[in-house]
Each structure stands twice: as C-alpha cells, then as structure tokens.
Design a protein around this ligand. Structure first.
Ligand code: NAD
Length: 501
C-alpha cells in the first residue's frame, strides 16, 4: 500500500481559553431536593481544561452518605412525580428544553472549557440535548399499553405501564451534557426520579443544568451527586431504594455496576464501548467514504463510542481509498476551542487518556504498522495528538480490536464479502458499523449479517431521537433515544379483575 510522508499538524491556540468561563461556573455542591448542599466529606476533585491544563473548578468528592441523602429526596419526589399525567411531565420536559436553549451559550462555553471540544462540536451537543428533551416531551404522550381484554373466563385484564421508581444515572466525559440528556429526558418522561453522577472529569455542564432548573422543576426529581465511580457510582449500584442503574461508560465500569446491582437484583441499562467497523466495498464512492470517515472518525477527537475508527476496505480499492482518506485527514484543523471556528479537533480529555492513546500509537509503530499520516503527540500545553491513519493493519492487530478512543483510524483489507462480515463481527463490541456500497443487494444483505446495534449504509454517526441507540455483545444492553428508551425505564403490570367478586 502507498505510504505518505507523515505531515505535521500544528495546534491552533488563542491563548485565553478559560477567559469568561469563571463567571459561568455553577455552584459546586451536590444538588439534592432542589438545592445545592455541601458534601459530607471535605475532599475535592479538580476539574481541568484539557486544552490549557488549567484547573477551572473543584467539585465535591461525594460519599455514600451523600448518595443516601439524594436517594431519600428522590424517593420522596417520585411519589408525586410518578402520579402526574404524561401531559404534565411533557410540560416540564419542554420547560427544561427551553431553559437549555435560552442558556445555550453558557452550556457551550462550559462544555468546551471542560472537555476542550471545538465550539461547533459543543454547539451540536447542545442542539441535540434540546432536541432530546423535546422529543421525549412529545413521545411520552403517545405511549399506550396493550389493550385490556378478557383472557380468563369471568376476568378482565388491564396492562399498566408504570415508572420503574428511582433511577441511578452514571455518565461519561465525552459528551457530558448530551449523555446526561439521553438518560434524564426518558427517565423523567416515564415518571421516575433520578440521582445522577456525572463523570468526575466533566461535572460542570450537569451542575449548570441543576443550577438553572432549581426551583423551576419539582424538587427532588433530579438530584446530582458528584464524585468518583468507586464511591458514588458504587453506592448508586447497591442502594436498596434504587430500582435501576443506567450507565454510559467503559466495559469495565459496566461490568462493575452489573455485578454490584446483581446483589439486589436491580435492573441495569448499559451503553458501553465500541469499535465501529467501516466496510468499504469495491463499488463504493471512495471520496464520499473517505469524507465520511474524516467526519465520523475524528469528531470529538475520536472520543466517541460510535467513531468510524476501523476501516475494512476491499483490497482492489484499498490504495485509492487510503489516498483519499489521507488527503482528507491532512486537512483537519487541530486546536483549542477559542482559537476560531475553523478548529475541528480538540485535545484528549486528560493526561492519563492522552498517555493511553500515545502508548497505543507507540505499540503500533513498534509492530511495524504504517503510519500514513499523523501518529505523534503535539508539542506544547494541552493533551493534543495528531489525527492519525494507520495502514497495513493485519487481522487481529491490537490497535484494530481494542477501543482506542482517540483520533486514530486503522485500515485493513478484505478480499470477499464473507470475509468482511466475519472480520467485522470478530470484534468484542457490537455498538455500530457502516457499509459503503452502491450495490442494493449488498446494502440490504450486509447490515442484516452484522452484529451491531446500529448499521449505517453510505453514512456514519448520523443520529436521530426517533431511532434507538445501543449495542450488542460487549457494548452493553438497553436502548437510549426513541420509544424503546421509554420502555426500558418503565415496568409493566398486569391487573386482573374477577367479574363475580
Ligand atoms: P468510564 O467507564 O471510565 O466512566 C464512566 C462513568 O462511570 C463515570 O461517571 C465514572 O465515574 C463511572 N464509574 C467508573 N467506575 C465505576 C464503578 N466501579 N461503579 C460505578 N460507576 C463507575 O468511561 P469514560 O472514560 O468516562 O467514557 C468513555 C467510555 O464510555 C468509552 O468506553 C466509550 O465507548 C463509552 N461511551 C459509550 C457510549 C454509548 O452510547 N455506548 C457513549 C459515550 C461513551
């Protein structure tokens, strides 16, 4: 395969990334029963801007006692909230959407400062967050359950859809506000109350949401406890008054939550990692496929569970496709969020994550794989890595099987459709995949054979609130978005009435 002399990327910087954010910072206590309260421990967690490495805030390292206080508030609030009509809940969700939209500049600025994501990515996050609340506001009014009927002589059955109760929510750092919205909107819409733990690395937009909702939604239906997974997340997973725990995060965290939840036979909803294969067939529009990978492989610096990170391309077009891809990737603009609207890719979220991705790149180089473009750390302040394409990747190479969660796309080749499908399905993950072809038969047959919860054809990473998102295999179970999420956060009850009693 053709190799290109790796190009050098530069980091665009403004030199004043955290300016203005101080005035937007939310209170940093826990949000319980509608108010911010201090934590029971004095321990704090620093929140870092990954583009500048500056500490922008410190939040409470919550304890089991803080979770218990939040759960008590949620139990109390759920009694009233669970008895509201869908219209009443819909009105609250529309109000939340309006409040976020009115304050979108603050959310975008905080999200960019806390994650380093470029402003267009933060704008997209907030737009999608608002749409999620609006969708669930409408969707919860359409829900019906199976019609009642007489299924035993002299008895009438009624099927009720009820809230699950109090739901513990644990969110990741890659899309802090949006991932919270994907949980909060359907969970509230279904009549549950919530105790939410944001990622310890990115709590600011969730706390901002709490600040702006205080006094405007019923107290106690949404509580936020900040802190570490091993303390706050662990207590949410084991608390006897929590009916269900919903986590978006890594496979290891999902396993820990599921193991703990099993002890109290708690329901679990898991959205875990991914390693999305991109199957490029010989007849595909190669420039379009390359442009698709440019967008979906490097969006949010590749820190996306659905990122288009593992290309499997037919051997007859591999060289041409790689040429297009390298040209596309070479045009990516890397920089800090305030360096201008042309910046498309920011830093890794943290020093440890930066080191992990860097280590994977070093291992790939040591294994003799070809770095077609990028492959290096970017000098100076901030956790920036070059957008990278790695070619000549053999089947089973670690860089192509493990989730890297960075701006790294690998290219493997295949010689037959059966081989492409088999190799794609060998992944331990099953979240999303894409197929690039103009052959109508392939575009129907291949998605049916792929073991992934979402399969795009001639697209990648296009989402909509109406359709479900979630994985198979190691990517977890449960569905975000769509009416399926409302099902996941409800329980079904059968009431049978004896006519003669
Ligand atoms: P992470 O698993 O490290 O953390 C996620 C959350 O889980 C954090 O709030 C963390 O504090 C908490 N946590 C960690 N250990 C825990 C434990 N033992 N008990 C309870 N909670 C615990 O993940 P991350 O690094 O924040 O996010 C990146 C991961 O999330 C990637 O694997 C990515 O693929 C996945 N992700 C998946 C989706 C999806 O929709 N499937 C979306 C976004 C991110």
């Amino acid at each position: 395969m053709t190799t290109t002399q790796p190009e050098t990327f530069t980091v665009h910087r403004s030199g004043s990334d955290s300016t203005g954010v101080a005035a937007l910072l939310p209170p940093t206590g826990h949000f319980i029963a509608g108010s911010f309260v201090p934590g029971s421990s004095r321990e704090l967690i620093d929140v870092v801007n990954p583009a500048t490495e500056e500490i922008i805030a410190s939040v409470q390292a919550g304890s089991a006692a803080d979770v218990d206080a939040a759960v008590a508030a949620a139990v109390q609030a759920q009694k009233t909230w669970g008895a509201t009509t869908p219209k009443e809940r819909s009105d609250v969700l529309n109000l939340i959407a309006n409040i976020i939209e009115t304050n979108r500049d603050a959310f975008e600025a905080l999200e960019s400062a806390n994650t380093g994501k470029p402003r267009p990515v933060a704008e997209d996050d907030v737009t999608s967050t608002v749409d999620t609340f609006r969708f669930m506001a409408g969707a919860c009014r359409t829900l019906t359950s199976m019609a009642g009927g007489d299924y035993a002589t002299g008895h009438t059955s009624v099927i009720l859809r009820e809230p699950a109760g109090v739901v513990g929510v644990i969110t990741p750092w890659n899309y802090p506000l949006l991932m919270a919205a994907w949980k909060v909107a359907p969970i509230l819409a279904a009549g549950n109350s919530i105790v939410l733990k944001p990622s310890e690395q990115t709590p600011l937009s969730t706390l901002k949401l709490a600040e702006l909702l205080a006094g405007r939604i019923p107290d106690g239906i949404l509580n936020v406890v900040t802190g570490q997974g091993r303390t706050v997340g662990q207590r949410l997973s084991e608390h006897p008054d929590i009916s269900l725990v919903a986590l978006t995060g890594s496979v290891a965290s999902g396993q820990a939550v599921a193991e703990t939840a099993a002890r109290s036979v708690k329901r679990v909803h898991l959205e875990l990692g991914g390693k999305a294969p991109v199957l490029v067939f010989a007849d595909a529009d190669l420039p379009a496929a390359a442009a698709g990978v440019r967008n979906a492989g490097y969006w949010n610096a590749g820190q996306d569970c659905g990122a288009a990170c593992r290309v499997l391309v037919h051997e007859s077009v591999a060289e041409e496709f790689t040429r297009h891809l390298v040209r596309e990737v070479g045009t990516l603009v890397v920089g800090s969020p305030d360096a201008g609207d042309e910046v498309e890719m920011g830093p890794m979220i943290s020093r440890p994550h930066f080191e992990r991705v860097k280590q994977s790149l070093e291992e790939a180089k040591a294994a003799g794989l070809t770095i077609a473009i990028g492959g290096s750390v970017m000098q100076g302040t901030g956790y920036f890595l070059e957008p990278t394409v790695i070619t000549d990747v053999p089947a089973g190479a670690p860089i192509a099987t493990h989730e890297i969660f960075g701006p790294v796309v690998t290219v493997e080749t295949f010689s037959s459709t059966d081989e492409a499908v088999r190799r794609a399905n060998e992944s331990p993950y099953g979240l999303s995949a894409s197929v690039w072809t103009h052959d109508s038969s392939l575009s129907l047959r291949v998605p049916k054979q792929l073991d992934f919860g979402t399969v795009w054809v001639n697209a990648h990473l296009v989402l909509a609130c109406e359709v479900p998102w979630g994985g198979f295999k190691g990517s977890g179970y449960g569905r975000d978005l769509s009416l399926y999420a409302l099902d996941d956060y409800s329980r079904t009850k059968h009431v049978m009435i004896n006519h003669s009693a």
